[in-house]
Design a binder for this molecule. Sequence first.
Ligand code: C2E
Ligand code: CA
Ligand code: CA
Length: 647
Amino acid sequence: MFSDIDQLLYYPYYCIAAVIATLILIIMYFIKRNYPTKRNKLFLTLIIYNLAASAVNILSIFTISFPEKYPAWFRYGCNMVYLFLYNTIAVMFLLYVNNLVNISKLRKPVYIFATSVWFFEAFVIFSSPWTHFVSYYDDDLIYRHGPLMVSLYACAFVLVMSSIGLYLLVHKKFNFYQTFSITGFVAGIILCVMFQAYNPRIVITNFICAMALFFLYSAFENPAYYLYGDTSCFNRHAFVVEVNRLRKKKEYSVIYVKASESEDIIYSLRREGREKLAERMAERISGEFGREAFCIDVGVLTVVVEHPFNMDRYLNRIRKCFDEPYAINTDVDYNLISVKPVIAVIPVKGEPADGQEMLELIRNAEEEFNQELTYINDTGRRVAAIRREKELLHVLDNAIINHGFEVYYQPILEAESNRFVCAEALIRLNDEKLGFVSPEEFIPIAEKNGRIGDIGEYVFREVCRFVKESNITSLGVKFIEINLSPVQCKKKGLALTLINILREYDVDPQYINLEITETAEVENNILDRLNELMNNLHEKGIKFALDDFGSGFAALDYLIKLPADVVKIDKGILWHAFQEEASMIILRNTIKMVRDIGKKIVVEGVENDEMADVLKECNCDYLQGYLYSKPLPESEYVQFMEYYGDK
Ligand code: C2E
Ligand code: CA
Ligand code: CA
């Protein structure tokens, strides 16, 4: 057949190249282990359709070029099959993009749209022998296009444009290379069609499709994305997909296994050794449970099992995987590693977590896991907390951008003069949807997620503006206390930022008193950092208070090491003192001790006269609490001071 190649009406070379390229792609696809997702199955279908379309196209070219050698029905059949395969690629592409972008509201409508178009195309193509819709042989046996041929072009155009439109809706989720691959696919095909119109003999489209599929492969479908390092063990991405898939199933359990104790050894193994160990562990666990084990971190594996189940039996089965040491053979050395597993079971019932939530749940709970079995019995509550945190974080971000916070002021009484000479600035967040959110809830979230710097700066700015605009000295206010989170203090350059804000508003630093809370932070240089910051700002005239004194573990350490001017005793200590004699003794002596070392004392949470009397009797300097006033919005605080200021 190739001897007659010069007589061909169309050049098949690009189609042959397309067949070869697509075959290579199929080999690449199968060479590594694939985590089976719907998306990569769709991708495989796309490749196979392109392979089939290219092959049938070659056949078609030959049959058309040598009509005398092939019967008309065969030529016609080849042509129709080619048209069908070729048009199916656009349908598959839309289904693929639909799966990729995964927009829940659009998923079903797009699926219905794509499959309807597909059925329409199949109908017009395969009914053509009778209806002549797409093409037919006329009475003189000349090949002619039917009235609906143009509809196939229109369908392909609409499908491809819908794909790109769908992708652009969420393109921010993807990186530049991924966007380039998708848009390149579409642009390539459109350019091809235009090229084809001018050079009908050079049949290039399937080849361009094959090239575009290579881009899609490397941008989205590389199986390595789901594999842990160089192993054949699935990784955390695969675990996320697995958990997402299980969302429809209401009950199952995640078993978490961590190679511990030998952690140092694991880290001392090089990357290759660590990966081999993970692979071996996964093999044993998968072998034992007949289910996939995922390596979600160094030495950490998860396996998803049926639920409910017999705990002890499962536990023994996991432990069995670790009875024998692991032989890890790498290029450079050989290690025999005995692994003691830390095991945790996370049952999922009712409202199921999605994959990311499950990873976060594990990350948050990891500290609780120990060599004994840890059974998480409040998965639902934890998932709810993760969701709430995510929601709040979103609200916080909006509030940061739109200045959605407010600063309230709680007056503080000076015991000696019986006047309200200062106030504590307290942040407030009132969200349209969530309503009032307590700072007790959102400040820790802001601290954990790196938003506290912005929030702290906002409050500091607001207070400076207030001090400048309202001329507080005339109201009898000597200073305002502002809470400064220790997490915020970790940021370098904080002192300078604060000083610059003071300058910007032309506020004398003596009006500002910063309250610092003890932190559970393990970082041991936090005290040094705080010390440096406090000294820096002290020089400029800002004063400091130790907030919530007595509520943490390191109170005395803070008291000794930090140059604070004021100590603020935690309200919990005060309240306890009025319930129990021993606590009263602690309170009285704490106050005495702090006074003896020459620092001023504030007690917060003063709710009744009895408390106030005792505190005054102990010579507390300042009292703060609902007895005098709740925290007030700025204008009400000004009114409060206008009324009580001189009294
Ligand atoms: P905190 O620094 O200990 O602030 C004192 C809290 O006690 C305030 O709660 C205040 O409204 C409340 N309080 C004062 N007197 C009484 C009383 O007599 N009875 C009762 N039941 N409560 C009283 P709030 O405003 O809800 O703030 C909670 C915490 O949120 C604060 O505790 C502080 O740690 C944090 N926070 C508030 N604003 C800020 C801020 O601007 N920056 C930072 N970093 N943290 C803030
Ligand atoms: Ca405070
Ligand atoms: Ca406090």
